[in-house]
Design a protein around this ligand. Sequence first.
Ligand SMILES: Nc1ncnc2c1ncn2[C@@H]1O[C@H](COP(=O)(O)OP(=O)(O)OP(=O)(O)O)[C@@H](O)[C@H]1O
Ligand SMILES: [Mg+2]
Length: 385
Amino acid sequence: MTELIKQISGREVVATDLTHRHLLVVGQTGSGKTTTTLALLSQLQRANQTAIIFDPTGEYAKLPNATTYRLGGNAYLDAGSLSADQLLMVLGLAGDGWLKEKVSTAITALRIQQNVLASTGVYQKRDRQTREFESQVAKLDDWTSGYDITCLADQLVEETVRPYTDERANYRMLGQVYDRSVINSHWDQLVTLRERLNNKGMRQLFGTVKTPGVVKTELNFVLKMFLAQPSNHKTLVLDLSALKSFGAGQQMVISVLLRRLLEDRLAKPGHFPVSIVIDEAHRYLPSKDEDLAANGIFQILREGRKVNLAMVLTTQSPLDLPAKLRSQFAGALIHRLTTPEEWAALGLTPLDVQLDTGQVLVIQDGQEVTSGRVNLPDWWEGGQL
Ligand SMILES: Nc1ncnc2c1ncn2[C@@H]1O[C@H](COP(=O)(O)OP(=O)(O)OP(=O)(O)O)[C@@H](O)[C@H]1O
Ligand SMILES: [Mg+2]
């Protein structure tokens, strides 16, 4: 088997040694990060090391022996795995106070409709006894998070019901009439919400677009199943290229998936090691330091090691990463960098020469251990260069 790196100097590096702790793959665009990561993954497969790739561009589909799920194709995200706030963030409506207040009660109502009443459409609140509603809420639990997100805007209308304001008022009911003034004053928000939910990308994300003949699997479920037992030389690729147009929304989706994965692992003992690869990680990281603690990537970097999760992150410049996050990596594969500031951000002095495409410097615990050229995997089109 070809080694990972054709050395120029230093000692031989073994892929599993590099990925045993968090690893950063860094270098300017076109310098070879994705190719190196593919070569690394090939080696991990041979070593029977389980790996999961969050692939923002669809470039990892070519990896042999990969099980691929494509968001918007054969995979979707259960809207029920997002909180109301997270959902509004994905929809780009996080700043709206009224929606923030009402969406979570609307989701509860839709969960009752689907899981307790086993019915479709909106959950009618008008003329509904409060006690009946309360006993239905009590039946909700972790297994009943699913709901029909396509009904969300209509359900928000239902959330405005009020008792009559005259002697006909019955305060044992959730409401008897719609509050037309509230509906009117928030009509624009409702229209926007409807539009966002109807957006093609959003329908792909939540699996609400029907494709005849295509069986879709929920992403959290895919991850859970894949992590239920060690893989047999297999790698899981989650193609997330459909998220490209989502801006901050894609951050939220990745963050939610990773947090769930970490929680699942923390809840169960006895873990086999798993590498989590995130290409172009800067797309998924918050720009503000204060948002870092809640981010799934950061949480795995900080807590993943105790449950045998190690990350491989690729990004173009170390300056794309918040300093707090940079310090979590034990090793780095450094490709071509452009400025002295980028070297300094990694605690290194710049090289005298520029690295060619595919050339790397291997750093472990702040020290250079090897430099050389990454060998293309045997299956690479056209073979070795
Ligand atoms: N080790 C290598 N040997 C030979 N060719 C390579 C090597 N690494 C990369 N290349 C070639 O260089 C080109 C760019 O590589 P790659 O896509 O991996 O860069 P990248 O750093 O991931 O870029 P981007 O930031 O744009 O995603 C590819 O066409 C690839 O085939
Ligand atoms: Mg790349």
